[in-house]
Structure formats: C-alpha cells, structure tokens
Design a protein around this ligand. Structure first.
Ligand code: DGY
Length: 324
C-alpha cells in the first residue's frame, strides 16, 4: 500500500506527477483563516509532510502519530522544533546547496540597490521628478573597493564573499564561530570578532541561521558600532535583528541604509515604519525566489521525502538521530 503524505506547498506538474506515482498525496491550502484547520483535518494518518513557511508545533505533530518525515522546502529550519521531532523519531530534511547562489545574488542585489539608491531613485523618476541634472543630494555610495562584512560564513556567506572579492574587488571580513582557512585563502578574507566587523565594514551582511544564539544578534549596541556611512543587509531571518532598534538607527541616520529581505513579521505589515524610510530597500523574502531555484528546492524536498519513506537515509537529513 502507498504511504500517505500531506503537501502544503504547490509543486510543478512534473514533481506532482512523480510524487503521486509513489505516494498518496493530500493537498492542503494553508492560506487564509481556515488554512490551519484544513491542515489539522488532513494530518491524521499522514506519514510524510512536504511544505514550507509554516510553524509545525507540537499540537499539529500530535495529530500525526504515524509521521516519519517532514521534508521542508527551505534551507532554514527555524520553523521546526528539531528536538521535538527527533524525540518523536520524525526525520526533518531541508534543501541546502540548490539555493546558495540565488540567495547570494539577492544579497548582492540588496547591497547594490541600497548603495546606489536604485529603488528610491527609480521611484523618483517614475514620479516625474527628474527635471534637471542630478546633484549630490541624489548620489549614492560605491560598492567596489569597499569592505564587505559577512556575519555567518556558511555556504551563502561564502558565495557572497566570492562575489565581493572577485566581482567587486572588496576586502572581505567575516565573523563566524570558527575561522575557515580555505575561505580566507580563496577570497583573502579575514576572520574577526563581531565588534571589529561592525566597526570596519561598509556593508554588514547577515547570513546566519536563526537560533537561540543568533536571535537579536544585531541590536542597539551593535548598530551603534557601525560606521555612519555603513549599510546593513539582512538575507538571514528578521529576528536576527532587533527591528525597533534598526528603525531608530535608520530614522536618525546613525547608519546610512538597510537592504532587508526578511522581517520579524512576514508578510511585512503595510504600516511598518520601515516602509516610511527612504534609506530602506525592502523585498518580500525573495532570497531563493526564482523559477529555477524554487523548482530545484522542491525537487530536492521530494527526493528527501521519497527516500525517507523508502527507508533510506535522505541526503539532507537535519536530525540524523531520528532516522530509523
Ligand atoms: C530558506 O530556504 O530558508 C529561505 O529563507 C526560503 O526562501
């Protein structure tokens, strides 16, 4: 008999067909006020879950006692209580690697857009305000030759370092729990303390996973250490930054600007003070959001799910001690 899975993220026809050959699929649309109730109804009897962007709490997991695997279509696993899943013997898988380059592209898009004021000035042109030659009031900041400070030197951090060093001739500083000699050799990067990085970088880029150790990592004290002309770029998770402190720093121009792809609350409420600030470029969590990469992520999640349900060890197992 086929195993049953609950799918809460839309898949391409190709992937859906592949999944349906192997397992019984219950599709649940979790959007809207009744979304969670629909998920609750579908969970009993499910052996697999495949989706993203949903906090799977113990109340939901209690409804699926036969669950063997949760295949997340994301690299970040902050939506899951890993210890609880492991205790229950439920494997958790994610989708690293396939999104690395795309997410680093997003980081660089935010660096360039913030430094060169692309969004602000494109809006200015659209509003018909380009009536004369530009003056210093509309000038931006160079990116090439500046100092790139990367907080978190995982795969995405390294892809950013490569872009900065090879593409823009930037000096690369990074902060991570351990030094990475190979990265240092490749990009002439220097491992430093968080405070040193904040004091020296022109662009401070956050790429750390969200965890108890990184929640609120950048608060008022850290923002105060940044140079007044520096910019903060966040492609990690909103909660890595104290958003209220960031709004204050941006309002008072204690730092020059921010490029933000992630927020404490997503979708970002339309009345967020961040949206009132000219020195903020805000994008709707598009880190990995290209057709190619999202399809690759979904394919990776389907592979992980099917191998777990077949009794194999999935390639991207986050909690190896849960594997049976
Ligand atoms: C991830 O994969 O964790 C990304 O944030 C989703 O785009």
């Amino acid at each position: 008999m086929k195993k049953r899975i609950v799918l809460y993220k839309r898949l391409s026809d190709t992937l859906m067909a592949r999944l349906q050959q192997q397992v019984d699929v219950t599709w649940v649309d979790t959007a809207g006020p009744d979304g969670l109730a629909r998920l609750r109804d579908a969970l009993p009897g499910a052996q697999g879950l495949l989706g993203a962007s949903l906090r799977l709490d113990s109340g939901l997991l209690d409804l699926a006692p036969q669950l063997e695997v949760v295949a997340s279509v994301s690299v970040g696993v902050d939506n899951y209580d890993i210890a609880d899943l492991t205790r229950r013997g439920v494997m958790l898988t994610n989708t690293p690697d396939v999104l690395t380059e795309t997410t680093a592209d997003t980081g660089f898009a935010l660096i360039l857009a913030s430094a060169r004021r692309v969004v602000e000035l494109a809006g200015w042109v659209r509003d018909g305000q380009w009536q004369a030659n530009l003056g210093p009031a509309h000038f931006g900041t160079d990116v090439h030759g500046k100092t790139l400070g990367i907080i978190g030197m995982g795969r995405i951090g390294e892809a950013l370092a490569r872009r900065g060093a090879a593409g823009f001739g930037m000096r690369v500083l990074y902060h991570s729990p351990r030094a990475k000699p190979a990265v240092e050799a490749r990009y002439d990067a220097r491992h430093c303390s968080l405070d040193d990085l904040l004091q020296q970088a022109d662009f401070v880029c956050l790429t750390v996973p969200l965890s108890a150790a990184t929640e609120g990592l950048i608060g008022a004290r850290e923002l105060a250490l940044m140079k007044p002309e520096a910019m903060l770029v966040n492609i990690a998770r909103g909660r890595v930054v104290d958003e209220a402190a960031l709004i204050e720093a941006l309002r008072e121009k204690r730092i020059r600007g921010a490029g933000l792809d992630v927020f404490v609350q997503e979708p970002l409420p339309s009345d967020s003070p961040l949206l009132q600030l000219d020195n903020v470029v805000a994008t709707p969590h598009i880190g990995s959001a290209t057709h190619d990469t999202r399809e690759a992520m979904a394919r990776c999640a389907v592979d992980n799910l099917l191998s777990a349900l077949a009794g194999e060890r999935p390639a991207n197992l986050v909690n190896p001690t849960a594997g049976r």
